[in-house]
Design a binder for this molecule. Structure first.
Ligand code: NDP
Length: 230
């Protein structure tokens, strides 16, 4: 399997979960070190050539990639009047084009094998919205359309495409937020607390299991109820 952004945060927890389950895992990440036992490949998902090289390395080491978790994502938050073109483009390039790049490459070999599991890491704010995250929420909402179009395009080949939509999860991405923002999110979350990276890894494990072969084009919230109804 291949996980993008698997050296840190949610991606790292996914890599560790699958290693523990006996999978051969490749982490394609910009930097850092993968968990022990995983193959680490340096890759910027926004660059199709680097994505091609990462898949080639994973296939050389492990054989065809049957499970793809497109997890790498970034934020460049700003209110719209102050959001620069660079902030908008950077987020769309990684979060949306990056998912397109890895899905296009992944599907190629999954179609040959007539089996595949693809999970895109969305976000509760993709459908719920969030002030200051016009770029980020738009990129995450777009993944729903991508997963559903891919499901219609190649669903007959035994490949599923789903979106996991985390709520507010304890990682380095959220550690930089001011306390008043963190407290605001907790207050809005029916569970009354932040989620853990393990919560997300469990959902990904289920969606990529053989048993989940009839679930495709779904958005699975893992958000303590924050986004209910959206
Ligand atoms: P982190 O910032 O903790 O980790 C992201 C990882 O992705 C890092 O290892 C990072 O590398 C890597 N990465 C960043 N850009 C690229 C790139 N262009 N190519 C390859 N790898 C890259 O994020 P989280 O673990 O918090 O988030 C993971 C995913 O979950 C993201 O898609 C995020 O949007 C989503 N999410 C997170 C939530 C949360 O509360 N944390 C809530 C909802 C969704 P490096 O360290 O070198 O920057």
């Amino acid at each position: 399997m291949l996980v993008t952004g698997g050296n840190r945060g949610i991606g790292r927890a996914i890599v560790e979960r699958f290693l523990a389950d006996g999978h051969r895992v490749c982490s394609a990440d910009l930097g850092g070190e993968p968990p022990a036992g995983a193959l680490g490949v340096t890759c910027n998902v926004a660059d199709p050539a680097q994505v091609e090289a990462a898949f080639a390395a994973a296939e050389d080491a492990h054989g065809p990639v049957e499970i793809l978790v497109a997890n790498a994502g970034i934020t460049r938050d700003s209110l719209i009047m102050r959001m620069t073109d660079e902030q908008f483009d950077a987020v769309l390039d990684v979060n949306l084009k990056g998912c397109f790049n890895v899905a296009r490459r992944g599907v190629k070999s999954m179609m040959r094998g007539r089996y595949g599991r693809v999970v895109f890491m969305g976000s509760v704010v993709g459908l719920f919205g969030n002030a200051g995250q016009v770029n980020y929420s738009a990129s995450k909402a777009a993944l729903v359309g991508m997963a559903r179009s891919l499901t219609r395009e190649v669903g007959k080949r035994g490949i599923t495409f789903n979106v996991v939509a985390p709520g507010f999860i304890e990682t380095e991405m959220t550690a930089v937020l001011p306390t008043e923002v963190t407290d605001g999110f907790k207050a809005q979350t029916p569970a009354g607390r932040m989620g853990s990276v393990a919560d997300i890894a469990h959902a990904v494990r289920f969606l990529t299991s053989d048993e989940a072969g009839y679930i495709s084009g779904a958005v699975i919230p893992v958000d303590g109820g924050l986004g209910m109804g959206h």
